[in-house]
Design a protein around this ligand. Sequence first.
Ligand code: HEC
Ligand code: HEC
Ligand code: HEC
Ligand code: HEC
Ligand code: HEC
Length: 556
Amino acid sequence: MRAHPLRASVPILVLIAACGGSRRDADATIEVPAAGLTPLPPAAAVDGVDFATGERCAACHGAAGGVIRDRAGRDVSPVTAYATSMMNWSARDPYWLAVWSGERAAHAAGAAVVDDLCTRCHAPMGARELTRGGAVIDFATVTADPGVAGQLAREGVGCTACHQIAAAGLGTPATYDGQFTTTSGRQLAGPHAQPFPMPMRRHVGYTPVEGAHVTQSELCASCHTVITRPLDTAGQPIGPEVNEQTTYLEWRASGLARAGVSCQACHAPTTDVDGAPIVAKLSPMPPWLEPRAPIGRHTFLGANAYMLALLADNQAWTGSAVTPATLRAGVDAASAMGRAAATLTIADAAVGGGRLRAAVRVTNLSGHKLPTGYPGRRMWLHIRALDATGAVVFESGGVDAAGHLVDATGARLDPGDVVLPHRDRVAGAAEVALWEAVQVGRTGAPTHALLEAWGMGKDDRLLPRGWDPTAPDAARTIPIGVADDADFAPGSDVVHLDVAAPGAVRLEVDLAFQSVPPAAIEAVAALRTPAAATFAAMTARRSPTPIVLAQAHAAL
Ligand code: HEC
Ligand code: HEC
Ligand code: HEC
Ligand code: HEC
Ligand code: HEC
């Protein structure tokens, strides 16, 4: 195996002192590779013209407010719950910074185009605050500016971004790609009728207003529909539209949309962890405020547990006030979200004539494709057959310590330049049933550079339940590369196992998921930017070990 290019570099230890107003952990150390990006500035509460940081909301809508609690007294406030959503980290995300820096380098004469594109959804508050003053955001603002624009940018998708999104045009192409409009005059929309405005006007200068669109999937559509085009070095489009991320369109073509199950129903649940509806006051002041219901827990989790773990490892580097312990709790919560995404069942399993045969069905319980979102997310079956002594007699879908897919001899199956085929049938240890979307460049070779992509070489991700090929824009979510698989259907896929087996076995199947595959880490490590060096150093210290979404077994 190739040595990691940065593993040999000597880390410079930057010791953060407990004094000087730094809100970082007193004992925290930050390892910065020699060629890396300096740590992000410490977070500070700021208030801009339109946007403010979330800490400004904590006194009433956080743990300190003490009133947004469930029946058992647990804190279910927006500020607490949102701490571990990747949206709260979308601009401190070292993976995003690294890929953005690579796109800037590849399109150097069009860096302003790239900066506008990459910050629209990941750093919308900082970008828009600068735009209204006639300036444009750039990489230095996001990574080094200690002032208002930098602080707002690093907050990522903040409270005051989501709650100021205007209803106009949501769910239509005009607002895709982060092109939503915001309301003016510091009005924050919420789901409840006649919110009492005085405390917010006095303390933060915002007015709460009722806005039905807040509870609809269209609120998410603008940023969760990413349609890009390949750019030349000057930032000019030179190729076709690429459906890079279509989570909203996948949902809209699904049976969940027709049944009225919104994004919020799963990602901001109005019930507590025991399933009981949440009823609570929204603020400790005024004291006579009536309780409200429903109230949505701002969990907004996906299954990117790996990135939350990287952030926990490097919390001091991120400058955030969220503690490593909170982030580690987020890792568990994201893993649990992953376990809510799918079921696995084994049918028609039999051993006979020296063969083991079984039909393994994966069912998608999420509201979109599985996996959805950023290209590269991948899911596969890790299949093992064990004999009576517990010895493994067959294995497919195993990984090595670096998270690479390997065959029975430990040889790597997934180098970055290979597109693994869709499989309806697994007949040998080198065959892996894997579902993913693979971006390809002009020549058809896989690419991890978003603005070099000319299309998808393969997209065999599981469709959501009730996916309708005649729905508007279903063409943007149509599977690619599954034509020969008769049982690839909306909501599920069946993999037929047919392998040599000596006798009675125990069949064990895991549904494994990796949000950041090793090939993506390697592609980033090859970029010659400080942010790429930082990401490479962080990932070298923690491999992208897959998480398990579902398990099934059968004794034969
Ligand atoms: C229209 C909104 C939008 C735009 C524009 C956008 N992104 Fe994203 N990006 C997202 C969303 C949403 C996700 C999360 C999807 C998921 O979790 O699967 C994401 C995820 C990512 C990730 C993965 C992060 C992780 O932790 O796994 C990277 C890297 C990334 N984006 C880079 C970029 C770059 C570089 C650009 C500019 C070329 C860009 N994005 C522009 C919305 C956007
Ligand atoms: C990604 C968009 C998004 C972000 C970011 C966001 N919210 Fe919300 N917020 C919502 C949605 C959706 C609801 C409605 C939930 C429901 O009741 O169904 C909501 C509701 C609320 C409510 C009313 C209580 C309720 O749940 O009905 C308050 C108060 C609130 N949010 C405050 C905040 C604060 C403070 C932050 C930052 C820590 C924040 N929000 C970040 C989307 C968002
Ligand atoms: C001093 C206390 C206080 C602070 C600070 C505060 N709010 Fe509020 N907020 C309230 C009160 C009171 C209401 C109205 C509650 C009601 O009528 O039940 C409210 C309502 C809301 C609602 C609308 C709820 C609905 O469904 O109509 C949103 C959204 C909201 N706040 C977001 C924020 C955000 C974001 C911040 C930080 C920038 C913030 N608030 C800061 C007290 C506060
Ligand atoms: C202003 C743009 C924006 C809006 C509006 C928005 N998102 Fe996001 N969302 C993002 C970005 C950017 C990321 C990726 C953060 C990252 O990984 O760096 C993301 C990530 C997520 C994730 C986490 C994925 C993971 O891998 O953990 C979920 C879940 C999510 N969004 C759900 C929603 C829902 C539901 C709504 C609507 C209520 C919504 N988002 C509205 C920009 C947005
Ligand atoms: C029926 C429940 C359900 C609905 C409805 C739903 N989701 Fe999800 N979502 C999930 C589950 C479960 C996961 C975790 C599995 C995964 O990451 O793919 C997830 C994951 C995600 C992710 C992260 C993908 C990643 O990279 O790990 C994003 C982003 C997301 N959802 C956005 C949305 C948006 C936007 C909508 C509405 C258009 C929506 N979801 C509707 C259940 C749902």
